[in-house]
Design a protein around this ligand. Sequence first.
Ligand code: SAM
Length: 211
Amino acid sequence: MLQPPAPFVMNPAEPKNWPLGRWNLYVGGAGRSVPGYVNIDLFAMPGVDVAADVERLPFPSDLFQRIECDAVLEHVRNPRQAMCELRRVLAPGGYLHLVTPFCHPFHAYPADFRRFTIDGLKELAGGLEVVAEGWRTGPTATILVFLLEYVKLLLPFRIWRAAAHFVCGWLLFPLRYLDLLLLRSATAHRIGNHCYLWLRKPLPGEQPAEP
Ligand SMILES: C[S@@+](CC[C@H](N)C(=O)[O-])C[C@H]1O[C@@H](n2cnc3c(N)ncnc32)[C@H](O)[C@@H]1O
């Protein structure tokens, strides 16, 4: 109850209702329960069904109807190899959801290698068709997460940092709703927080999308 609300709101315009199938894959869900998905992570933690590296997936090709890869690509050594594997195991006609940070503080799970723009994510899409793109969390989220990190940087003791997180978190969180306006702006991408792509694997015989 004392934990302040998150300093971001999700973009309500992001489409989410792409169909699930018999087999669906959730990448990087350590500590999470994700009903309806096979949950893989590097670490065999609670909630994880298969401990595996997304760069070498232990699944046959064309299996999963839907794949969620949310806040993982910044942590993998070789995102092109990870995308090759995700493309391989995605069923024809299936959907792959990518979410990655653009302006976001360093966070190691277990390492933190890079940030992405929407154009950068599209470069990794290969022959998959882009069916939706945009910003999941916006400029205000960026400002608030950096401000909270900055204030904590100034404080030498853990207890002070926890107190600052509590006080600043509760004081600042109402500002997060500004993103409901700013996410409609064509320039939100300049300091957006996390971006997303929804990608679809063409059916056999369908014209593949331009890379
Ligand atoms: C920032 S967390 C994402 C959490 C989750 N997707 C969510 O939205 O709450 C990143 C997760 O990806 C996992 N991870 C990092 N590198 C990975 C890899 N090469 N293969 C599979 N999982 C990986 C980490 O262990 C961590 O659980």
